[in-house]
Design a protein around this ligand. Structure first.
Ligand code: ATP
Length: 231
């Protein structure tokens, strides 16, 4: 297993907002991590990344316990969080964003090179000189995703990547996420409000409600159950 959570609990101030969260993912597996607003999905991702301390439980990555590791150490191990609506340098151009990250990351073992990224998201190739901050929300997400994959992630935590993306682009972007996961054994945890699109690419579905897991199974099992009442 690459990413293993057991009995994770986390919260803010006096309030514990998620508890008993347990799952384990293999390399290349895609988890759709779903639930209504405030269910605790972002809190779980932030805890995995080390941005929020655990109140109970354990997170392991590649067999190593993460609790005492800094965020930087987790990044070095291959964990990446793509936070909702962030993750780019807004004042640099598209090409500068890509070049800065590529210069830092590309080695012999690179998953992707700069031309691969432009091939994956051709819309970025059309406007390399534009200020990243002036791209549409969806294009900023594509740029953020490009920067993340240039860094050779082994596990990508995606927080609502479809926000700001035109509906016809969502499926395309998600198919690309799936392709990257399957061709490079990259694991993904996909937090998404676009439940149908997320379930199409997922290998497994977890639904959170009030800070706890209320469903864990295959996409077909989720479709066959009455899971929609959690949204
Ligand atoms: P959303 O889609 O709205 O982000 P979510 O499932 O990701 O939903 P979280 O953002 O994890 O949910 O929020 C879980 C609970 O924690 C909510 O009740 C929220 O109000 C609370 N919460 C989130 N961030 C903070 C914070 N910084 N301080 C205090 N409470 C917070």
């Amino acid at each position: 297993m690459l990413l293993e959570l057991s009995g994770l609990a986390a919260g803010y101030g006096p309030k514990t907002v998620v508890s008993g969260v347990s799952f384990a993912l293999e390399p290349g597996q895609i988890l759709a991590f779903l639930g209504h607003n405030g269910a605790g999905k972002t809190t779980t991702l932030r805890s995995i990344m080390g941005l929020l301390p655990l109140r109970a439980g354990e997170v392991r990555f590649d067999g190593q316990v993460l609790q005492r590791m800094s965020v930087a150490d987790r990044v070095a191990m291959g964990l990446r969080l793509l936070p909702e609506g962030r993750g780019i340098f807004p004042d640099l151009s598209v090409a500068e964003n890509i070049d800065v990250v590529a210069a830092r990351n590309i080695g012999a073992d690179a998953m992707f090179r700069v031309p691969d990224v432009y091939k994956l998201f051709p819309v970025l190739a059309e406007r390399p000189g534009i200020r990243a901050g002036s791209l549409s929300g969806g294009q900023q997400q594509m740029l953020a995703m490009s920067l993340a994959i240039l860094g050779k992630p082994r596990c990508l935590l995606l927080d609502e990547p479809s926000i700001g993306l035109a509906p016809n682009l969502v499926e395309r972007m998600f198919q690309q996420v799936r392709e990257v996961c399957k061709s490079h054994a990259m694991t993904a945890v996909l937090v998404e409000q676009n439940v149908a699109a997320a379930m199409k690419i997922a290998d497994r579905v977890i639904i959170m409600n009030n800070g706890q897991i209320v469903f864990d199974g295959l996409p077909d099992e989720a479709r066959a159950s009455n899971f929609w009442h959690y949204f």
